[in-house]
Design a protein around this ligand. Structure first.
Ligand code: AMP
Ligand code: MG
Length: 336
């Protein structure tokens, strides 16, 4: 091809192609005043997406589609999911997706970091307690004791994408970490699509993208334990970070004055009763925040706070049953 022919080629094909790609990609989102949001129901909880600077609802639809896919991969109860296959593998190796393998590897990391407080093999207990569908029946001690020998992360092996549970009656539950991991993946997708401001709220697990328009930080309310959904005990200003809370009040029943809730002590099989009502973690990664909020809840105020203080870029708020607030040293407290 001659130089002139080259020029023509560029003019007639590449420039229009570039413009088309621009319009399909970034350009359609260059509307600073635009704002869209929508709600859905995934992972047994209400999810909400807010995107600023765009009118393109296809982005939200794509996120809902991804949530549906993650749910069919990671749900413990949905037949055919990766987790379901692992839990029904009768001791045989199971091939899982990259996402499931990545999540299990993360779960192993937080098991180590939390000294066993975060343990996805608590699933036999999770099945027995059956939150949130349990109408208020405290399981028999004997059934919890019988499950205990099938719990322990040493029963689980991950080799590449192959997962093996040594004990056919062992099982895993990713409920303590999956929403955070999924929020991170959704944020990656949206940022890749040019979104610079918004948030992903998966049942109260908040992951913010950038700041609000005008460089204003997001003000995230932290729920008053056992208060109305809109009742906040404090708030925290963040940009481009995750705010995840684990609380007894999220899934529980009350019997004879005792709150039986969904955060379980891997050592005993019973709900963790340590005077805490909730733990909120601020972090860059929402998977980290999710794993740590559950871990720190199980570890309790003293050991949980020590863990948070040992980590970079992680802050926490522990709320005790008496509604006292305990902040980590670098927590950006709201002045009142
Ligand atoms: P979260 O709300 O993130 O604290 O997660 C609580 C959920 O994680 C529960 O509903 C269980 O599905 C699961 N879970 C409960 N106890 C533990 C634990 N000790 N380690 C890991 N996952 C747990
Ligand atoms: Mg969690």
């Amino acid at each position: 091809m001659t130089n002139t022919a080259n020029c023509k080629y560029i003019k007639f094909f590449l420039i229009p192609l570039f413009l088309l790609a621009c319009c399909l990609g970034g350009c359609r989102r260059q509307d600073p005043a635009a704002q869209i949001s929508d709600v859905g129901f995934y992972f047994d909880t209400v999810v909400e997406l807010r995107l600023n600077g765009t009118n393109d609802h296809a982005l939200i639809d794509a996120c809902f589609e991804k949530m549906a896919q993650y749910e069919s991969l990671l749900s413990r109860t949905r037949e055919g999911s990766d987790v379901w296959k692992i839990n029904h593998s009768a001791g045989e190796p199971v091939e899982v997706s990259d996402d499931t393998a990545a999540l299990i590897a993360l779960a192993q990391k937080y098991y180590e970091l939390s000294d066993g407080a975060f343990d996805i093999t608590v699933a036999p207990y999770v099945t027995i307690w059956n939150f949130p569908d349990n109408p208020g029946e405290v399981p028999a001690d004997a059934s919890i004791a019988a499950a205990r020998i099938h719990v322990g992360l040493s029963l689980l092996h991950l080799d590449g994408n192959t997962v093996t549970l040594d004990d056919p009656r062992a099982s895993i539950d990713l409920g303590g970490i999956a929403k955070g991991y999924i929020a991170d993946r959704l944020k990656e997708y949206l940022v890749g699509e040019g979104i610079e401001s918004g948030y992903i709220n998966l049942g109260g697990n908040m992951l913010t993208i950038g700041t609000k328009p005008g460089d204003v930080p997001w003000n995230i309310g932290i729920r008053r334990p056992f208060g109305e959904a809109s009742d906040t005990i404090t708030a925290v200003k963040v940009d481009d970070r995750s705010v995840v809370t684990s609380g007894t009040y999220e899934r529980y029943f009350e019997k004879n004055g005792t709150i039986y809730h969904h955060i379980l002590d891997p050592a005993s099989g019973y709900p963790v009763w340590n005077g805490l009502a909730s733990v909120t973690i601020l972090s860059d990664s929402s998977a980290e925040g999710d794993a740590l909020s559950t871990s720190c809840f199980v570890l309790g105020l003293t050991r949980g706070m020590e863990l948070v203080e040992s980590l970079d870029q992680v802050e926490a708020l522990f709320i005790t049953d008496d509604q006292e607030l305990h902040f980590s040293s670098g927590f950006p407290k709201t002045s009142s």
